[in-house]
Design a binder for this molecule. Structure first.
Ligand code: AMP
Ligand code: MG
Length: 334
């Protein structure tokens, strides 16, 4: 492929109006570009050390991810999702899917085994190729995914406020050289806590359907948006029609986290799967456990690791923070 590949633009995204220059693969980088890559990796290492350390200090268990499962996230209905294809393969005579997120595993593990858990998990989402130009979508990325039994949404949001601000303070304290090399030492600031919370309905009244992009470009600090209609596992109050869920939006980079209080009641889960035309046979175990009353109330979230680091280092494209870029539509050798 050519060194400067550009792809058609899509309306969502960080840069918005112009076609982005796509990140190069490793062997195409100059010495100074490799040095930048090295600094970004060191920032990511420090972030992961800080964040995983905070989870462990707070009594979370660290679980390892699964790659192939019969059940994974339906990613439907989700206004933000856009998949070009879903990967299903047969192993040992059974059809399995690559992990779209660890949500189902988290709900089961949190209910049956660990009341507080986190997983650093690879997600494979074959995003539509136009999404290369949003600058924030990769076709493989990682979530720092966590779940807490009996937690409220407010508990989760306050915890995330703490760890995001804490990680930036820690970077400023321990990673001066890298932040200076990336020319972000002076601009990187620790936001005030708690982050502001908006209701999606209010944003929609103010900005219309394009609320996410508008708020992304308007704010200078991370903000929460609650009450977003989407997948069955997020808690919905059928009477008020409100969803007890949340996204964290980063200035210019958009959504970095989605989470919610979860549905645990069998009858609600079934009703929502049917309403959304999501195949019940793909959620057999979850449904069995819910029917037996074994799924427990919980709340949690998944943080997009590469998106978080992109925001911190001011990346022009998410592929810049991946040593081996996974850009929609572009498949490098490594
Ligand atoms: P979701 O389950 O879609 O809400 O994803 C959880 C988080 O993962 C998002 O808030 C993003 O930070 C991150 N994420 C989702 N899709 C992508 C993608 N294609 N590329 C990079 N990060 C993503
Ligand atoms: Mg989301």
């Amino acid at each position: 492929m050519s060194e400067k590949q550009v792809v058609p633009q899509e309306s969502l995204g960080i840069i918005g109006d112009k076609a982005l220059e796509m990140p190069k693969s490793l062997e195409q980088l100059s010495e100074s570009e490799i040095e930048r890559k090295r600094c970004i990796s060191r920032v990511m290492t420090h972030m992961l050390k800080y964040l995983t350390g905070e989870f462990m200090n707070k009594g979370f268990e660290w679980l390892l991810p699964a790659i192939f499962s019969k059940s994974t996230d339906p990613l439907w209905p989700d206004p933000g999702a856009s998949l070009e294809k879903r990967i299903e393969v047969e192993i040992y005579g059974e059809t399995v899917r690559t992990t779209l997120s660890m949500i189902i595993h988290k709900m089961v593990a949190c209910s049956l085994v660990h009341p507080k858990l986190f997983i650093l998990s690879p997600n494979v989402r074959i995003e539509k190729r136009e999404r290369a130009n949003t600058g924030i979508n990769a076709y493989e990325f990682h979530q720092l995914d966590f779940e807490v039994r009996n937690a409220t949404s407010e508990d989760i949001r306050r915890f995330v406020d703490e760890i995001i601000c804490g990680s930036i303070s820690s970077l400023k304290k321990h990673m001066n050289d890298e932040l200076l090399c990336l020319e972000i030492y002076h601009s990187l600031k620790v936001s005030e806590k708690p982050f502001r919370v908006y209701d999606r309905e209010d944003l929609e009244s103010k900005y219309g359907k394009d609320w996410e992009k508008q708020i992304t470009f308007e704010v200078d600090d991370p903000v929460w948006v609650t009450n977003i209609p989407r997948e069955f596992y997020d808690f919905e109050d059928f009477e008020s029609g409100k969803w007890d869920n949340y996204d964290l939006i980063l200035p210019k980079y958009g959504e970095v986290l989605s989470g919610s209080r979860r549905e645990w009641e069998y009858s609600k889960i079934v009703r929502k799967l049917e309403r959304d035309s999501v195949k019940k046979e793909n959620y057999k175990l979850l449904l069995k456990l819910a029917k037996e009353g074994k799924i427990k109330p919980s709340a949690g979230a998944g943080i997009g690791v590469e998106r978080l680091v992109s925001w911190i280092v001011g990346a022009k494209h998410i592929g810049e923070v991946q040593l081996f870029p996974r850009i929609p539509g572009i498949v490098y050798d490594l």
